[in-house]
Ligand binder design. Structure first.
Ligand code: BTN
Length: 260
């Protein structure tokens, strides 16, 4: 942030995207960009409309967690999507978004993807994605939000053990420059996804998954299992070996990975 305002206020003036982020509102402070984007969507926001904030006071992560949102240093972004795909395909939207963010960040870093949609570097979380879908009459409507740690160099405990940022990785670029690249990477993936689902993005996703073939700790609610991660399928489900039985997992999270 500068004394004259936020660099993000004018980010949409200089985009290379065709439809993503071109309709944009920026807020100095919001509860959650996802909540504001959902409200805007209900009021008729177009496909690709984007909400950014310098600070969130009620940033939300997956599974009801808090997304700590330090002011002025990181990216807190949500977009409204009006997908053309049949509803069942949308289960893999978060994975497609993860590929898009990874593409957009790749000039600077090449994050590992942790199923379903976390981006990590050196085992630490750089970015997270929150997808929220609902039916607007007969049509699906999605709000996709992401947080990317950009300039933050110090994290309070317990995040200091598990988070990283572009600045800590030696990348000194503005939030606006990062966001422009990310939107370009994401739009190119969403174009593919809305045309053909996750299948055409699956190989690029798997290229980011160094944990495939390893033992992982899988958590689904209060249920925890050690399984072996075998593959990510063309519909985005995780194929695991669970005590000798092959199982397909729709929703869960990886808590740890056995690295050799
Ligand atoms: C996760 O990894 O648990 C998902 C984190 C998603 C955080 C982003 S920040 C912008 C948007 N607004 C929110 O309230 N959450 C998402």
């Amino acid at each position: 942030m500068t004394a004259r305002g936020s660099e993000l206020e004018v980010v949409s003036e200089d985009l290379t995207t065709r439809w993503l982020g071109r309709v944009h509102e920026h807020h100095a402070v919001l509860g959650s960009t996802n909540d504001r984007a959902a409200q805007w969507a209900r009021g008729g926001a177009p496909h690709g409309a984007m909400v950014t904030a310098d600070e969130q006071t009620a940033g939300r992560g997956r599974r009801g967690r808090v997304w700590a949102s330090a002011p002025g240093q990181n990216l807190y972004v949500s977009v409204v999507l009006r997908p053309t795909l049949p509803g069942p395909f949308l289960g893999a939207l978060g994975l497609a978004v993860a590929v898009g963010l990874r593409r957009g960040l790749s000039p600077d870093v090449t994050p590992e993807l942790k199923w379903p949609n976390d981006l990590l570097v050196g085992g630490r979380k750089l970015a997270g994605i929150l997808c929220e879908c609902r039916w607007a009459g007969a049509d699906p409507e999605a709000v996709v939000g992401w947080g990317i740690n950009v300039g933050q160099r110090e994290f309070p405990a317990p995040l200091d053990e598990i988070a990283t940022s572009l600045a800590l990785l030696g990348v000194e670029r503005s939030r606006a420059a990062i966001l422009r690249d990310v939107l370009a990477g994401l739009e190119s993936c969403l174009d593919v996804f809305f045309e053909g689902g996750f299948a055409p993005l699956r190989d690029e996703y798997v290229a980011g998954c160094a944990w495939l073939g390893h033992g992982i700790g899988l958590r689904d609610g209060e249920h925890r299992r050690r399984v072996v991660a075998l593959d990510v399928e063309r519909d985005g489900r995780l194929l695991v070996d669970d005590g000798g039985v092959r199982r397909r997992v729709d929703a869960a999270e990886i808590e740890w990975v056995d690295r050799p």
